[in-house]
Design a protein around this ligand. Structure first.
Ligand code: NAP
Length: 255
């Protein structure tokens, strides 16, 4: 007898903007029921409504990923509305630009709480569903800055390097249980976050244009470039890919 197709429920964090929105849209188009987690609940609500208007299955949940109680309540809401979660894309992130000697212990903690501990919270709360199902897919959005470091971004790069390490360790622990865990370290992607950084002169002299000139394929990345890789990594056919950092960066040397 043919097996009933798996009804896949996914959570994308930081899904109201930029890369997260593109990932949520792509996975919903792929047929997943998607929960858009974002600390900006109104924006997430609006985006989820637009996806539903396009005939896709989506719900919004206001969640700050750095707050364990909010993550637990948000995941419980998704389970009630859509069922157990088998796909998790940890994308929510906070940028940080400051000279190392000016990074206060408080701003260090604040940034790590979102970029690294937020990933820990979401994975720990969601993984039991995947273990129960014997199948799961986790994709963590880190950063290509982890390949070589980045001046004035020590806390950001440290947090994202932690995400890469967490990815590899979880892949080893949960691979035998049917769960894959990979990271995508994006290069320069044109999103509200990178436009804010360009406006503040954080991309260096020449702004976005110069950043494009430094990129091997001579264009900025699009959120959809990351979404396409996510779509593959959460698919059935990506079951032999785990513990990997899959650079989507227009040719940045990752060696
Ligand atoms: P974005 O346009 O600023 O979108 C990020 C979304 O995450 C926003 O809606 C943001 O809400 C939300 N968010 C922030 N903190 C959150 C929290 N604690 N809990 C829940 N949601 C939260 O940024 P993006 O450029 O798409 O970046 C997405 C991810 O890619 C980030 O992890 C970033 O570090 C990573 N990345 C981006 C680039 C790039 O070139 N764009 C390169 C490498 C890595 P608010 O607007 O309210 O903050």
């Amino acid at each position: 007898m043919a097996q009933a197709p798996r009804r896949t429920v996914g959570i994308v964090t930081g899904a109201a903007s930029g890369i997260g929105l593109a990932v949520a849209t792509r996975l919903a188009r792929d047929g997943l029921a998607i929960a858009l987690f974002d600390r900006d609940g109104d924006a997430a609500d609006q985006r989820a409504g637009e996806l539903r208007d396009a005939g896709l299955q989506a719900m919004a949940v206001p969640v700050d990923v750095s707050d364990r109680a909010q993550v637990e309540a948000g995941v419980a809401e998704v389970r009630r509305a859509l069922g157990p979660v088998s796909v998790l894309v940890n994308n929510a992130g906070k940028e940080g630009f400051r000279r190392f000697l000016d990074i206060s212990p408080e701003s260090w903690d604040e940034l790590l709480a979102v970029n690294l501990t937020g990933v820990f919270h979401c994975c720990q709360v969601v993984v039991p569903d995947m273990v129960e199902a014997g199948w799961g897919r986790i994709v963590n959005i880190s950063s290509s800055s982890t390949h070589g470091g980045q001046p004035f971004m020590a806390h950001y790069v440290a947090s994202k390097s932690g995400v890469n390490g967490l990815t590899k360790s979880l892949a080893l622990e949960f691979g035998p249980l049917g769960i894959t865990v990979n990271a995508i370290p994006p290069g320069f992607i044109d999103t509200p976050m990178s436009r804010r950084n360009a406006e503040k002169g954080r991309l260096g002299p020449g702004g976005m244009e110069a950043a494009v000139e430094r990129t091997t394929v001579r264009r900025a990345g699009r959120p959809e470039d990351i979404a396409a890789m996510c779509s593959f990594l959460v698919s059935e056919e990506a079951g032999y890919v785990t513990g990997q950092l899959l650079g989507v960066n227009g040719g940045r040397n990752t060696g």
